[in-house]
Design a binder for this molecule. Structure first.
Ligand code: ATP
Ligand code: MG
Length: 356
């Protein structure tokens, strides 16, 4: 298989971890006889320094011409003072918009050897394997009007929760398609007892479910879901929800099983390339020290193999290698326990490669 991969390392530890993901993909390519061709683009702070903006045209062009995109992280204190319109984070929002990335996937999986770094009891999180699917292009984030106003002489404000049914349908369909390849359960989260948008969401989920007779659909109110996420997370397989609920619940889900440095994500579009990035940021406090955990980025590359290229075996191999490295006791500082020896970023990458 021949694939073009755009690599946007970004700033801070983004550069260090992106290098690791590329090395792992290269090793997978050699091993399974795939030609992965990597092209590099600028995004974030260093793009501002060199091109005057966080997302230069040539980067957008490169992404559009590629089969998939790997992104490290953007930002850092150096650019905190710049004009908000050209902040590094703008580059990230802009690329999501340019590529129309409508579904954000965040898996949360249990790693037995890291159970102690979770704030929850082992019996609660043991075996957790859930996939959060968050709608990314609609809802309160983009609804108009969103402004201060005057209401009969009183100061007031309005935000708008707007969705087209088609926007709901495409993300819910994606969730069902993903569930079909997993444990065949979709939990659709809404606030249908209060919001009209949630009632339409619920109807849409019921309609989509008819096309997936083997997938079990359940509805859950968002307040209950927030509680269930920490009391009984094992019940979830695929969870799908709108933009704002998804923002909140995916952060909640991400702390179940441990460090920020372990959590990958994928953002999907209808026809264009998908984008893969770790959930963590550029971590300026540890940048350049060769101590960042590269596993979130490497697991994001595994998601790329699976979602963009359909390479299930190869994706499983990478995930297995990561698990084995953890089982063997290798730990970057963010996941090391008090007495454990600490592994550097480059060592961790080499260990995963050796396990492939
Ligand atoms: P952003 O606004 O870009 O999301 P943030 O302020 O949320 O950034 P992160 O950059 O995600 O912060 O980092 C938060 C904390 O987690 C930092 O102390 C950082 O050192 C740590 N951290 C983040 N990612 C990693 C990683 N891959 N390995 C080790 N530590 C990490
Ligand atoms: Mg953050």
């Amino acid at each position: 298989m021949k694939k073009r991969i755009a690599v946007l390392p970004g700033d801070g530890i983004g550069k260090e971890v992106a290098k690791g993901a590329v090395e792992i993909l290269q090793a997978v390519g050699e091993r399974y006889n795939h030609q992965f061709e990597f092209s590099y683009g600028m995004i974030g702070g260093h793009a501002i320094d060199e091109k005057g903006k966080p997302l230069p045209e040539e980067t957008i062009q490169l992404c559009k011409e590629s089969d998939a995109i790997l992104l490290g992280a953007v930002g850092g204190p150096k650019w905190d003072q710049v004009n908000p319109d050209i902040r590094p984070e703008r580059g990230l929002l802009q690329i999501r918009k340019e590529l129309n990335l409508y579904a954000n996937l965040r898996p949360t999986t249990y790693f037995e050897s890291l159970a102690k770094s979770s704030p929850l009891k082992d019996e609660v999180i043991q075996g957790v394997d859930l996939l959060m699917v968050r709608e990314l292009t609609g809802g309160l984030y983009f609804g108009q009007p969103s402004e201060r106003m005057d209401a009969n002489g009183e100061s007031a404000v309005v935000d708008t929760l707007f969705y087209k049914k088609a926007e709901m349908k495409r993300v819910i369909e994606k969730a069902f398609a993903l569930a079909e390849k997993r444990r065949k359960k979709v939990t659709s989260i809404d606030k249908a007892n209060v919001l009209e948008s949630s009632r339409m969401w619920r109807e849409t989920a019921e309609e989509v479910a008819k096309d997936y007779p083997h997938v079990y659909l359940e509805h859950m109110l968002v307040d209950n879901a927030a509680m269930q996420m920490v009391t009984n997370p094992k019940q979830f397989d695929v969870v799908v929800t709108e933009n704002m609920f998804g923002d909140i619940l995916s952060d909640e889900a991400s702390v179940l099983t441990g460090s920020l440095g372990m959590l990958p994500s994928a953002s999907l579009s209808e026809n264009g390339p998908y984008l893969y990035e770790p959930i963590h940021g550029s971590a300026p406090d540890i940048a350049g020290k060769n101590v960042a955990n590269p596993l979130a980025m490497i697991l994001s590359a595994a998601m790329m193999l699976r979602e963009s290229f359909g390479l299930e075996t190869e994706a499983n191999e990478v995930e297995r290698a990561v698990k084995q490295v953890l089982d063997a006791g290798f730990r970057t500082s963010d996941i090391a326990e008090f007495s454990q020896q600490v592994t550097s970023t480059t060592e961790m990458i080499a260990e995963v490669k050796a396990m492939l």
